[in-house]
Design a binder for this molecule. Sequence first.
Ligand code: F1X
Length: 383
Amino acid sequence: MSPSAAVILGSAPESFPYSVLAERHPAIIGQVREAFPYGPEQHRALDALLAGCTEGVIEPLPDGAWGEWGIDDHVGQSWFDVPWLWSESYFYRRLLDAVGYFGDGPWRGIDPFRPSKLAELDSQETDQELAALDELASRTAEEQGAALLHGSLWGNRADLGFRLSDGEAERRDAVPDLVADDSDRLWSLLDGTGTLCLIADNAGRELIPDLLLLAHLLEHGRIERAVLHVKPYPYYVSDATTADVVDALRRLVRAPGRAAEYGRRLWDAMADGRLSVRAHAFSCAPLPYADMPDDLRAEIGGAALTVLKGDLNYRRLVGDRWWAPTTSFAEVTAYFPGPVAALRTLKSDVITGLDDRTEAALVEAEGQRWRTSGTHALIQVRP
Ligand SMILES: O=P(O)(O)OC[C@@]1(O)O[C@H](CO)[C@@H](O)[C@@H]1O
């Protein structure tokens, strides 16, 4: 029998999910309001969302949207009483409705999170991470691959430069923070044949190292093709869309040094089809991947390996549930159509695949803080 556990809700005061619904979402509404010179219509809609998301109930979406994603089961319920994954995802959809993203007016298609994404791409930290590629050039292909895998894993932490400037730093700092490390298994699946699907997470300083890793894998013949799955519309503040991929590639090709070579190779790979971008509707679904539609299942099933980046994708991969931490990662991902890897820093309560000793050591050192602090990471693979 496949393992099961209770679905995470946002209803327990003091819990991390509760704080996201009660505090993070109102703060995001405030940031979005500040970021653009919206008119009275958008301000009124944001006011209504602010009141609704903390004290109201789930309401129908325009044009009967999300019928296939369970909205009829949740209309009339408190945001805190439906699955947390569903409620958060619904928040981002409602936010986009409030600012006219899906409307017929002039705000259609304007990403409310774009200013913060661009600021990150323009930051000094991005300059430093890209400059580290020059030093990496003298290393062996394996060392380069390992560094770029860790750069992609740690994503928004500024550690590409840090790790490369100090060979020991990787062992001192990153490895103790890895609560599971199946990277050897991951490399063994990249034998040069077939397609790698990379299900991306954040834009900016996470997407840049993801792209660098893909460039490396294509260049060194570890894969034949790559498909980068991004979100069809803005989501969870910083999630990458096609527009963010374009911004990141333009940033790379204009950078000094080796970074531009990586960018140019990716640009060429886009042109000849070895790298493609996919924005499937299900990428913004409020549901676990176990519920993915048949067309996506067939597409992913044909890949040599699918890599899912980030915390949210991990929650969707294993199911957003109160798993015992030692629950088998292989068992909870057995449904996934093909070999699968998760690269994730730990930013929410969900965890599977730990061994007893690792869990005990984490609890002894930190109580339960390690689950959400973002200071630990994992590489888990189910071949
Ligand atoms: O997927 P990501 O970018 O790594 O993290 C998404 C996240 O910030 O959003 C949720 C809280 O809103 C948590 O799952 C997680 O902390």
